[in-house]
Write a protein that binds this ligand. Structure first.
Ligand code: GLV
Ligand code: MN
Ligand code: MN
Length: 420
């Protein structure tokens, strides 16, 4: 068995990345394709069209996950790759999209070489990986793997009041394929690192061993609106001040816990949000992440204690809602070893590392052998229109993906050229 005849076409891959980036394009070279918006629909239509052109059998399931399957010599579960094509509102063009389009490039390379694999090969994109409009993130892969019930996911209301079920139907992607979906033989996700480690070190390929734990909480603070000029400081129940205190607290908490702990307040709203009115309500989100589950729990407990202290100090009411909670996920050692072996065989430098971002692969890891391949992000910038990965790294990652998938799926030479 030889994979030597298989080659990706870099220009074709770059062209597809650029074409998908045109959909929902925003100033600075990035994309705004929040999940289940019209822009997401347009991106989905484009990628589904490419899947069909490549001869894939395309199915859409009840949460809108799209899976394109290339038949193998035997029926049965496919080797799967994929990622997501939704973006945050200020997203780059590589996050998620790269993994899906590199998957299509692998299919195109197999087609060009006339290679039939032993097992089917599937390229998937999962609904609402970002979680920026509808929480939790990784929603499509959570439903695909049976961890989140379909009804629960469909009922989720987004930051604009729309529901997942309503928007899926509206954009025409509430499909007939059942969930949970078929369990793949293995899952490999190629992604840009979105952090600074590989770029800083000059390492070409990240072999991802784990994904850190994620805790998202929405905090709803209720106080009393009053006149900003006449209300003495001692008589205030200021929801705005309480929100500000939480922002400062989580920064200090992350610094104090050290290690891998990170903490972010990414969304905040004040009511009535007027210059001369003490806010009677503030709603904000806290994103806590750590590679160590015990440390993440400690961070959550410290935040809860801070909220208790605020209730006492400012006499505000505080309600919390968990938007997402995932423990750290280790990937399969035989899969990481395989990725490392193929990358090194291609003369690429590698390093093992955890993922700081959430990924669909962390959900697939619950049902099948899974791992991820990272390529460098220039200056570690992501969730920003300036997200950039150099072309030779885009190509290197796709070549490693091709080799890993080719081996897992059992690629052989074209019929007629097989050696006896
Ligand atoms: C999702 O992409 C996340 O890590 O926030
Ligand atoms: Mn992503
Ligand atoms: Mn992202």
């Amino acid at each position: 068995m030889s994979l030597l005849n298989l080659q990706i076409d870099p220009d074709r891959l770059h062209r597809r990345i650029a074409a998908l980036a045109e959909v929902g394009a925003i100033e600075g070279g990035g994309c705004a394709r929040l999940a289940l918006t019209d822009a997401d629909r347009a991106g989905r239509d484009l990628v589904c069209g490419w899947m069909r052109e490549l001869g894939l059998a395309v199915t859409v399931d009840a949460i809108g996950n799209v899976v394109g399957v290339r038949a193998g010599r035997v029926d049965g579960p496919p080797v799967m790759t994929g990622s997501h094509i939704d973006t945050v509102r200020t997203g780059g063009r590589y996050d998620g999209n790269y993994g899906v389009l590199a998957g299509l490039e692998v299919v195109a390379a197999l087609n060009d070489a006339g290679v039939t694999t032993e097992h089917p090969l599937a390229v998937a994109f999962f609904t609402n990986e970002e979680g920026a409009r509808f929480a939790p993130d990784m929603m499509g892969s959570l439903v695909y793997t049976g961890v989140l019930a379909l009804d629960e996911a469909l009922a989720v209301q987004g930051i604009d009041g729309a529901t997942v079920g309503g928007e899926l139907a509206r954009i025409g992607y509430a499909g007939p394929a059942p969930v949970p979906g078929a369990v793949p033989r293995a899952f490999v996700e190629l992604h840009v690192e979105q952090g600074p480690v590989l770029d800083r070190e000059g390492t070409e390929i990240g072999v991802v061993e784990s994904v850190q734990g994620i805790s998202w909480t929405e905090i709803d603070i209720r106080g009393t609106s009053n006149h900003a000029g006449t209300t003495p400081m001692s008589l205030r129940r200021d929801a705005g001040w309480a929100a500000g205190s939480i922002i400062a607290f989580v920064r200090e908490l992350a610094q104090e816990l050290g290690g891998d702990q990170v903490a972010t307040v990414g969304r905040i709203e004040f009511f009535p949000n007027l210059v001369n009115v003490v806010p009677n309500r503030a709603v904000l989100t806290v994103d806590l992440r750590n590679t160590d589950e015990a440390r993440l729990r400690l961070a959550e407990a410290r935040l809860a204690a801070h909220l208790d202290a605020l209730r006492d100090a400012e006499k505000v009411d505080i309600a919390t809602r968990k938007l997402a909670r995932f423990a750290p996920v280790p990937f399969a050692p035989e899969m990481t070893a395989r990725i490392e072996r193929h990358a090194r065989a291609q003369g690429l430098s590698t390093r093992r590392m955890p993922s700081g971002a959430g990924h669909d692969a962390q959900m697939l890891a619950a049902v099948c052998p899974t791992a991820m391949i990272f390529v460098p992000s220039v200056d570690g910038i992501s969730h920003n229109v300036r997200e950039y990965t150099r072309p030779h790294h885009i190509e290197a990652g796709a070549r490693v993906l091709l080799a890993v998938l080719g081996e897992l799926a059992g690629a052989t030479e074209p019929a007629g050229e097989r050696k006896p």
